[in-house]
Design a protein around this ligand. Structure first.
Ligand SMILES: CC(C)(COP(=O)(O)OP(=O)(O)OC[C@H]1O[C@@H](n2cnc3c(N)ncnc32)[C@H](O)[C@@H]1OP(=O)(O)O)[C@@H](O)C(=O)NCCC(=O)NCCS
Length: 167
């Protein structure tokens, strides 16, 4: 059965939170150290008005992955830059959902007038690096030992795509 990618609704928030918190607890993909709460998530979700988006991939009414475009910097001069995030439920990885979400995010970023997308990828996460490379992102830098989680220092690889991407 096909997987639909669409903007998230309030009904999707518990599934989005579960997918995220699994990564908070078990991975260095996010530098959050404690699971987020529904109340904190309700604050977080307020940022997603045009041009920023929160998308889900859904199959048979079940949210299997999500992704978002957030601000590329707090100051107004960053307004044509956005940063992406993609999270696929642990039991659904490597079946194309991450690519489906990131393609939809790139389309949304293009449609919403962004000039460039940044991906900040912690700890040499090969799945995320390969996913972004496969969709045209290039490596533009590396922040060294800017994170500390699970008792070790973590680098962040910075990748970037200029929009629009070639078809
Ligand atoms: C990174 C992530 C989003 C990838 O999503 P996914 O659905 O598993 O990836 P897809 O099946 O769409 O794969 C797309 C491409 O990504 C790359 N890729 C995905 N998983 C990979 C892995 N484990 N190792 C190496 N490359 C991988 C491949 O290039 C793949 O293309 P291919 O299947 O044609 O080889 C997913 O692993 C995830 O949610 N990880 C935990 C959260 C996270 O790290 N998010 C990113 C934070 S920066």
């Amino acid at each position: 059965m096909a997987t639909t990618t669409r903007p998230a609704t309030d009904a999707d928030l518990p599934a989005i939170l579960d997918i995220y918190n699994e990564q908070v607890l078990n991975s260095t993909a996010t530098f959050d150290l404690e699971p987020s709460s529904p109340a904190a998530q309700r604050e977080w979700v307020k940022q997603f008005s045009h041009p920023y988006v929160l998308l889900v991939a859904e199959r048979r009414g079940e949210v299997l992955a999500w992704g978002c475009l957030t601000t590329g910097g707090a100051k107004p001069g960053y307004r044509y830059t956005t940063e992406d995030s993609v999270y696929v439920r642990a039991d659904q990885r490597r079946s194309g959902l991450g690519r489906q979400i990131l393609v939809a995010l790139i389309e949304a970023a293009t449609a919403n007038g962004f000039h460039t997308i940044i991906a900040r990828i912690a700890d040499d996460n090969p799945a995320s690096v390969r996913l972004h490379e496969s969709l045209g992102f290039v490596h533009v830098g590396r922040e060294r030992e800017v994170g500390y989680k699970f008792e070790r220092w973590l680098d962040v690889a910075v990748m970037q795509a200029a929009l629009p991407l070639p078809a």
